[in-house]
Write a protein that binds this ligand. Structure first.
Ligand SMILES: Cc1cc2nc3c(=O)[nH]c(=O)nc-3n(C[C@H](O)[C@H](O)[C@H](O)COP(=O)(O)O)c2cc1C
Length: 193
């Protein structure tokens, strides 16, 4: 059986308080949250340095598409109970404390305990275009290892949900992702205009 994974954005700060955000798939285990940041990564280093992270539940998929296309400056607010920040766009956020690690050298499982959580806005339902942007963001984060024909075929399929159900935010995110593919040396030729 596969693990159940939820795509979120994890925000952290370094020892000097400089914030960092990264899309991250998380697992829920009992009342805790499991993060699996690769090593090396700023997210891992920051969690180890501060002992904390913030989980952001986000449906503005521009944050996901932005992070994989070099747009990491999203409005942030100070966390309330731990050293850290949360995304202003978050529907809710959970402030977390590092409770343990399995010590894996490449991709440690970090067990995080909930310290404080806040609901900012309601979840209004699943949107196909948001899911399509998320899938395309995953493709864009793997362009260096994916065959151009596969990326082109998957983008053509995902385009259907964009055309039928996207809000302006998803159209904007989609444009960033298409531009990143078109600009990639491996994929530029396979991209349809
Ligand atoms: C939908 C999505 C899910 C991701 N999940 C993870 C994850 O679970 N662990 C991880 O290390 N990186 C994950 N990434 C990639 C990170 O967001 C990205 O590599 C990030 O830059 C991590 O390194 P950093 O902390 O140095 O920024 C994911 C990316 C996307 C688009």
């Amino acid at each position: 059986m596969n693990e159940v994974i939820f795509e979120t954005v994890v925000s952290t700060v370094d020892a000097a308080g400089v914030p960092h955000i990264a899309p991250m798939g998380v697992r829920y285990e009992g009342t805790g949250v499991v993060l699996m940041p690769f090593k090396p990564s700023a997210t891992y280093d920051n969690i180890v340095a501060t002992g904390h992270a913030v989980l952001n539940i986000v449906t503005d998929t521009r944050v996901f598409a932005g992070c994989v296309t070099g747009r990491r400056s999203w409005p942030l607010q100070p966390a309330q109970a731990v050293p850290g920040v949360y995304l202003q766009a978050a529907l809710s956020h959970v402030e977390l404390r590092l409770a343990g690690s399995d010590g894996d050298a490449q991709r440690p499982r970090l067990r995080m305990a909930r310290v404080h959580e806040v609901q900012h806005a309601p979840f209004v339902g699943l949107n196909r275009a948001q899911a399509a942007v998320l899938e395309a963001a995953v493709l864009v984060s793997r362009l260096h290892m994916l065959p151009p024909a596969k990326v082109a075929a998957e983008m053509a399929y995902l385009q259907i949900a964009i055309d039928k159900t996207a809000a302006p935010a998803e159209h904007e995110a989609w444009a960033w992702l298409k531009a990143a593919i078109a600009a990639h040396p491996l994929h530029a030729k396979a991209t349809t205009p």
